[in-house]
Design a protein around this ligand. Structure first.
Ligand code: NDP
Ligand code: GDP
Length: 345
């Protein structure tokens, strides 16, 4: 019989790529989706990857334990991937309580639903390199102490430790993937890579003249979402649950990432890039660099897509989207909301 996977956050970037991967592996895929007055909009990433018709979507919310218990009880999943979160660092300073409720306590809700209703299910928690924040070692591994620098990172740290605790307290097969930044053409446009690839495409097409960014000296270890969801699945195939860093082991400044995007379209970065202090953060994570050696040794995971390949793929996708519908912001998001998000990003 086919295995069944339940994905929270199925409408997000990773949810879409993980759905595609699991469908390719023959899984039945069920996803939890928040009810919205914008019917059909949240599904745009699943549609973009061509998998919308192959997954089952059920209304639920991480904040609603009853809905989670009902869904886990009815669907009886073999594997549960908890990808849902308020996932944007900047928003976490504007909505710290919501971020704590969803990104931290929400993890306990999912774990409780599993413990009470389906304790044999395997659990994946989407932890984050943001937990390292003010880095305590130049290269971060599973043994590096954490020092979160935003309400988002603090909430993720709670999610990480409650996952470890449920594994140790109740014997759940619960693993935490400490994933470094990963991107794709389906990344939200508020995150810096996508803001850049969307921005350069707009400049190229004459829809904009400048791109406004904050701290371009920050460094990130960027990988591709398609590679990183493979690691999630591999973790849950291990006999014993554990925690793993997933990263490329290469770190790059925002400035150099931008340079790749501008150069790909033959544009001069210095003519268009404007530094805008409005995008500086109250506390910054200056540099992240991950060591994925444990995951490689345990189950042979290695990234296959490098930063240049990924950024050019993202620029090409944004050129295509914007050329098809230049009057609209891409991704089926209405123009006003896109503009507001841009201001917040
Ligand atoms: P996205 O922001 O693209 O997706 C987040 C998902 O969570 C969306 O499907 C969203 O639904 C859903 N969600 C938010 N709040 C709730 C709620 N209350 N109940 C149910 N669902 C909710 O994130 P990514 O796909 O990029 O990331 C997946 C996970 O991995 C997140 O937990 C993120 O924090 C974590 N992570 C991501 C990294 C990255 O670089 N991408 C790095 C490390 C960790 P809706 O569509 O309705 O908004
Ligand atoms: P994060 O690592 O999860 O916060 O991912 P982001 O893509 O949001 O940000 C990565 C880095 O880019 C951070 O150090 C930001 O300060 C930096 N950055 C610089 N300018 C911008 C901007 O305009 N938007 C965003 N989102 N990040 C920016």
């Amino acid at each position: 019989m086919a295995k069944k996977a339940l994905i929270t956050g199925i409408s997000g970037q990773d949810g879409a790529y993980l759905s595609r991967l699991l469908l390719e592996k023959g899984y039945d895929v069920v996803g939890i989706i928040r009810r919205s007055s914008h019917f059909g909009v949240a599904e745009h990433r699943l549609r973009w990857l061509g998998v919308l018709d192959d997954v089952k979507l059920i209304d639920g919310d991480l904040l609603d334990l009853a809905s989670l218990c009902r869904i886990v009880g009815e669907e009886k999943p073999d594997e549960v991937y908890n990808l849902a979160a308020q996932s944007f660092v900047t928003t976490s300073w504007q909505q710290p309580v919501l971020t704590a409720n969803v990104t931290a306590v929400g993890v306990t809700n999912v774990l409780e639903a599993i413990r009470l209703v389906r304790p044999q299910a395997r659990f994946y928690q989407a932890s984050s390199s943001e937990m390292y924040g003010l880095i305590q070692e130049p290269m971060q591994s599973e043994a590096t102490p954490f020092y979160p620098r935003s309400p988002y990172a603090v909430a993720k740290l709670y999610g990480h430790w409650i996952t470890v605790n449920y594994r140790e307290s109740f014997g759940l097969h619960a693993s935490s993937g400490i994933l470094f930044n990963h991107e794709s053409p389906l990344r939200g446009r508020e995150f810096v890579t996508r803001k850049v690839t969307d921005g350069v495409a707009r400049i190229k097409l004459g829809l904009a003249t400048e791109l406004r960014l904050g701290n371009i000296e920050a460094k990130r270890d960027w990988g591709h979402a398609a590679d990183y969801v493979r690691a999630m699945w591999m973790m849950l195939q291990q006999d014993t649950a554990d925690d793993y860093v997933i990263a490329t082991g290469v770190t790059t400044t925002v400035r150099d990432m931008c340079r790749i995007a501008f150069a790909h379209l033959g544009l001069e970065m210095d003519k268009h890039l404007v530094i805008d202090p409005a995008f500086y953060r109250p506390a910054e994570v200056d540099v992240l660099l991950g060591n994925p050696a444990k995951a490689k040794a345990a189950f042979g995971w290695e990234p296959q897509i490098d930063l240049r390949t990924m950024i050019t793929e993202m620029v090409d996708a944004d050129m295509k989207r914007l050329s098809a519908a230049p009057e609209a912001v891409s991704d089926m998001v209405p123009l006003e909301r896109g503009a507001a998000r841009r201001a917040a990003g």
